[in-house]
Design a protein around this ligand. Structure first.
Ligand code: FS2
Ligand code: SF4
Length: 518
């Protein structure tokens, strides 16, 4: 096997025997086969959408290969067969040999992988929008264009242009998802979320799929079962159409990489709607349920029924059987806080934009940091906790995605009535941050690069790759990236990115703050 798509890749180079994520060689082989089948489908379709069945497979197939999503070789095999059938319907296409996927000149491989990983991330966004009934032909067509391009040879300039074009399409895709979420569930509002688990039966729901949560809330109404979010599901508490359910009680645990410890012996079922799933330990494997694109061998999977409705009865019955804790149980975040805040998406932040602009003009807010992205297991990730703790009192910290668990339980006080840490949502809500930055730039009549704003990002999986490409396509410079730089960026490709965009790897919080605040 060979896989180097995520930040925890073995030795910072590539997983070759078994994935650090738990993916074994046979699953890696099937995922490569699926990727090649999708390239062939894009060839057969001549780089544009041939119809809804193929489109769904294109999104699902790419999403299934994102890190920590699907470890089930049978499910991947099913997808391969469906993709091949679609390809044959279109008259077939020349095979793309699997050994060509990772085997090439180091720069060509780097550019091709960057596009592929970005597209895997965008597929997740497009899939979430699709589930909520939103699609955009330009975005769908680009999946075929991009996958066809991955199967072809390109000069470095052509490949870089493709990456920038992709970044712009991904912006469109993030906007589509934002529209899908806000039209279905309303605009998030600032919300305090407790970390206490009340006594009695409960269900933990994790991942990013808000529609799954909505259906689970409906199906558990009046049954004496409480629902707790975990990981990237936390921002769900801010959405009016989800927060209206009184049994959506709070948040359980922290970010994905702590799940094997946090779920150990938990008296409740855990529903995984998307990444990040880690191989379940024996102490709780019998209570793990997957749905959507997620899969793990021997784990119960809840499939979609008629009209898009899923029957969560097996999860509900498990909650009633396990019964939950006999008494209320207080949990804390990693810094000891007992509650966290969320719901500062674009509408909420722009609603107080006047205050923010005035505070910046008056010098009360001297700097805005966006400290966002993925969490992960690497010890160096406490950089983000220390960085946020050390930000000056006259600065605000916007955040998003699961990396925020490093600091979202800290109380850093307020500026002008606003909390100094504001959670904009999931990684899926990076669009909110882009809108806020763009609106602030308009208000100050300058470019985003000239704002007193610094992006300090943490990456782990492929959604971070597509977001980064979008930021670069928007010509956003001086991004701080960590904890390490992607193994799939060759030295030459990295040099180009550093030269054009001044991407900087994080060093220490003190040094970086000194540089930023200069
Ligand atoms: Fe976090 Fe994992 Fe959000 Fe990523 S829960 S690292 O795949 O999607 O961010
Ligand atoms: Fe390794 Fe990451 Fe690939 Fe898993 S997804 S096999 S950890 S590089």
């Amino acid at each position: 096997m060979f896989c180097f798509q995520c930040e925890q890749t073995a030795g910072g180079k590539g997983c070759t025997k078994v994935g650090v994520c738990g993916k074994d060689a046979s699953v890696a082989q099937k995922q490569d086969e699926l990727t090649c089948a999708l390239i062939e489908l894009a060839r057969a379709a001549d780089g544009k959408s041939p119809g809804p069945e193929a489109d769904k497979l294109m999104m699902e197939g790419l999403f299934a290969t994102v890190t920590n999503v699907n470890f089930d070789p049978n499910r991947i095999q099913e997808l391969i067969e469906l993709v091949k059938t679609e390809k044959e319907k279109l008259g077939g296409a020349e095979d793309f040999p699997q050994d060509k996927l990772w085997d090439d000149d180091v720069n060509a491989r780097s550019l091709r992988s960057t596009l592929l990983f970005g597209m895997r991330g965008m597929a997740a966004y497009a899939w979430h929008a699709h589930i909520l009934g939103k699609e955009d032909k330009d975005i769908i067509n680009w999946f075929y264009k991009g996958m066809k391009a991955i199967g072809e040879d390109h000069s470095t300039d052509e490949a870089l242009n493709l990456l920038m074009e992709f970044g712009n399409v991904n912006l469109q895709c993030m906007a589509l998802l934002d529209e899908a979420n806000t039209s279905a569930f309303g605009h998030p509002v600032p919300t305090t979320v407790p970390m206490k688990v009340e006594k009695g039966p409960f269900i933990i729901i994790t991942g990013h799929d808000l529609l799954d949560l909505k259906q689970l809330l409906e199906q558990t109404e009046g049954k004496g079962i409480n629902i707790y979010t975990h990981g990237e599901m936390l921002p769900a508490h801010g959405y009016p159409e989800l927060k209206k359910y009184p049994h959506l009680k709070g948040n359980f645990g922290t970010a994905w990489q702590n799940q094997q410890r946090e779920f150990d012996g938990v008296p409740a079922p855990i529903l995984f709607t998307t990444n990040c799933l880690m191989p379940p330990k024996a102490s709780y494997a019998d209570r793990v349920f997957t749905t959507g694109v997620v899969g793990y061998p021997q784990t119960q999977h809840i499939s979609e029924g008629k009209n898009g409705i899923k029957d969560f009865s097996p999860v509900i019955n498990k909650a009633l059987e396990l019964g939950g804790y006999p008494e209320d149980k207080i949990f804390t975040g990693i810094n000891g806080g007992t509650e966290v805040m969320t719901g500062f998406a674009r509408n909420a932040v722009l609603g107080v934009a006047d205050k923010v602009i005035e505070a910046v003009k008056a010098g009360d807010i001297k700097h805005i940091f966006l400290v966002g992205g993925c969490d992960g297991a690497r010890p160096g990730r406490n950089y983000y906790t220390e960085f946020v703790k050390k930000t000056p009192k006259d600065s605000v910290v916007l955040t998003l995605a699961c990396g925020k668990y490093r600091f979202n339980d800290l109380d850093l006080g307020k500026i002008g009535g606003l909390p100094r840490i504001m959670d904009m949502g999931q990684c899926n809500d990076a669009y909110s941050a882009i809108v806020v930055a763009t609106e602030l730039a308009k208000a100050f009549n300058c470019s985003v690069n000239d704002l007193p704003l610094t992006l300090v990002l943490s990456w782990y999986e492929q959604k971070a790759v597509c977001i980064l490409l979008t930021l670069l396509a928007l010509n956003i410079k001086n991004i701080y990236l960590g904890p390490t730089l992607p193994a799939f960026l060759s030295q030459d490709v990295l040099n180009v990115l550093v030269e054009k965009f001044n991407i900087t790897q994080i060093s220490t919080p003190d040094e970086d703050l000194k540089k930023i605040l200069g």
